[in-house]
Design a protein around this ligand. Structure first.
Ligand code: OOG
Ligand code: MG
Length: 253
């Protein structure tokens, strides 16, 4: 089966909220092929007039690696169709088996034109926020290999970003949690994200440059979850909170 067909299968699985078999079960693919499938699957979304809004990193914390049994940093693409506002409700029927995780988001203020380092990175991001990412693997039982999940755009399906804070706000080594209906279900610390979430931005710039791609002013970077993810269902109010960054909520129907 060629890449286009595999991309179509994954894109249609997302569109119809129907799970499919893991690619790796029938055909071994390598990481390069997996990223090629991801890119083709996203180009189908762009043809439907979805707009690229930024990228997400995955498996930047031990909690996530252990939960999913996958041990390498991955990246996927975000589009405007995945972006929810706090005032919107997320309709669970448009998803297969969605899970929520608490994240940190950074806002890009200058087009990425180089690989960033610890000093230059702050010229390129001007805001930080608490966020919820909704991941929804298109694979049955939410099970996959590293290559499978990369081909599936790293399970990206939705995200909501709280109020932006200046990037000088303390986002390092701060407690972060995920709550369902006001009860904390996951708690962690932002230092679980590569030791410091800003490392995700540096990693993002490296990965993008290696791929000949870039981020522009206004794009966002989801740094990766600091805790394991939780299954969500209709009727729940999901929130992510951190003392310094505030709270963001998403109502599920
Ligand atoms: C893959 C996506 C991982 C994160 O924050 O680590 C991810 C998955 O767990 O389905 O988004
Ligand atoms: Mg995530």
């Amino acid at each position: 089966m060629n890449y286009c067909k595999l991309a179509e299968i994954l894109d249609e699985a997302a569109r119809s909220a129907t799970s499919v078999e893991q690619i790796s079960k029938s055909r071994p693919i390598n990481l390069e092929e997996a990223y090629a499938i991801q890119a083709i699957s996203l180009s189908r979304r762009y043809k439907r007039l979805e707009k690229f809004t930024g990228i997400k990193l995955g498996f930047t914390s031990r909690a996530k690696m252990e939960q999913m049994g996958v041990h390498d940093l991955i990246w996927g693409r975000l589009t405007d169709r995945m972006a929810y506002h706090e005032s919107e409700k997320m309709d669970c029927s448009e998803f297969i088996h969605p899970r929520a995780e608490p994240e940190i988001a950074f806002r890009v203020c200058k087009d990425f034109d180089r690989q960033l380092d610890h000093t230059s990175v702050f010229d390129y991001i001007d805001a930080v926020a608490i966020a919820i990412e909704i991941i929804d693997s298109r694979f049955k039982d939410f099970k996959f290999s590293l290559e499978d999940v990369v081909a599936d755009n790293c399970s990206s399906s939705a995200y909501v970003i709280g109020e932006w804070n200046p990037v000088s706000t303390d986002f390092r080594s701060v407690a972060i949690n995920l709550s369902v209906d006001g009860y904390t279900v996951q708690s962690g610390n932002t230092n679980a994200i590569l030791g410091d979430p800003v490392e995700s931005v540096i990693e993002a710039s490296r990965l993008l440059q290696e791929n000949g791609e870039s981020l522009e002013e206004g794009h966002v970077i989801l740094a990766g979850a600091a805790t394991a993810a939780e299954y969500i269902k209709p009727g729940q109010l999901i929130s992510a909170e951190s003392e310094s960054l505030g709270i963001v909520k998403l109502e599920i129907i």
